[in-house]
Design a protein around this ligand. Sequence first.
Ligand SMILES: [Zn+2]
Length: 572
Amino acid sequence: MKLSKLVCERTKEIPNDAMMKNHILLLRAGYIKQVANGIFSLSVLGQKTCNNIENIIRQEMDKVDGQEVKFPVVMPKEMWDETGRYSSIGSEMARFKDRNNHDMLLGMTHEEAAVHLARNWVNSYTNLPCMIYQIQTKFRDEPRSRGGLIRVREFTMKDAYSFHMTEEDLNDYYFKMHEAYERIYKRIGLKNNVISVKSDNGMFGGNLSHEFMYLNEFGEDELVLCENCDYKANQEVAECIYPKTEKQNLLKLEIVDTKDAKEINEVCDFLKTSAEKCIKAVVFAVKNEKNTVVCFVRGDKEINETKLRKVCKKEIVPFDASNESEFCAGNIGPKDFAVKNCEMYFDLSLKGTYNMVAGANLKNHHFVNFNLERDFGEVEFFDISKVKNGDICPVCGKKTKIFHGIEIGNIFQLGTKYSKSMKMLVKTSSGEEINPIMGCYGIGVGRNLACVVEENLDEKGICMPISIAPYKVHICPLRIDDKNVERVSNEIYNELIKKGMSVLIDDRDVFPGIKFSDADLMGMPIRVVVSPRSLEKGEVEIKERKSGEIVMEKKENAVKKIFEIISKENQN
Ligand SMILES: [Zn+2]
């Protein structure tokens, strides 16, 4: 490919919302172009790279007996009514009416379509286990699209669905898939900083699930990792463990005027105490209901909404305190709490606490020396708060640390949620009919590209891994007006093309500095520089983008040397 003909533009402009380096570099190097919020076009550079990632995914799926299929992007409401998800999924799913006034939707996940495809064809134990997968465009109307390809609304995903007769069989396959994912990340260039953590199943339902996370400070997911053992969990499901506390003397309950101190830090300042000695109240509204939920938690801890949802079994949303409410905002406490239709939950962090500060449900007043059991009564404690940096590991008891991560893949054990609701039946060897047990496995192509760039860059630009680079070789003829340079450059170019290599040649009549800085920015792994000076010795320069390693090679050996570098890299 001639660079002068490449439909992409290298630019110095950086959008205001670009935080992560991969976003800036993919835009600057012309791999992607934003069309609308969370919607991007890919140039040939972006598309070729994504094709290479997809092919690696395809190979690894085929290794675990995957069968590639394709489900439609547009599906009718009826298919999603079978599982109840047409109504249970919110506005992130795009819905529309076709010309016959029929309700349709844009797929954001394809469990329904997978069961629909398999349910009549897969009906005996002899057909199982089996796995079908697709690489397909999906649309999810994200409210918070950001970070270039990290969080988008339209994206390409590989999603796979497996069917099994027994839990054991699903379990075996699940861990084979876990290994396949690890191979994919290594092969596409994410050799470091990828971990898998246990996660919450969210809207997919089911039992065991893991998320693959790329560790990065900009990641939206919080991960709890043990400094000592192998414990890793998403904050959403991470268990809080508290050391046993010494019994203390119960001091006399007092009520004090705390003026307009409302936030925990203001109350602590006023009473000269610490957040650990306060009981914090957090109020949630229940979606589409008048009821509310109030949670009491130690002042230094935050409520984990995912855990709370599981405990209270309600769709909770943050409470809008700006409305007139019965709550005595800033002074809410367990004792003398009189709000109607409000359920109370106590976090485990309050177990074994003594002489605490708590709201008195009276304007500008707090209790001091409040003791939950003595002053309120016996309560049930639930683990509904987030793990803090330095909290105790639930496995080994040593300290945990909080990291941030970007989810680059997930695997779920679904159980029979979809096969049951969609009435998929398979005959066992004894002739009885059961709902097969399912697993599902997702990986986003664009998001992985973004993370690969984040992992493989330097101050000059992208260092694309050989395995996914859009062009493996970038030829820079310096002084294209020099006939000798032009001839040798074209010879190398043509020979590489003939041997099936993807090659870019910078045929522009520009200064060498511009050629080099563009080559560094775009990041093709091998650069060949052909200059009048090196040709005096019959040599060309071959440079590896990532290591910066340079060799001078006889021009007739250049192609052989390039193949050597690539085969060496492929072995790593
Ligand atoms: Zn541990």
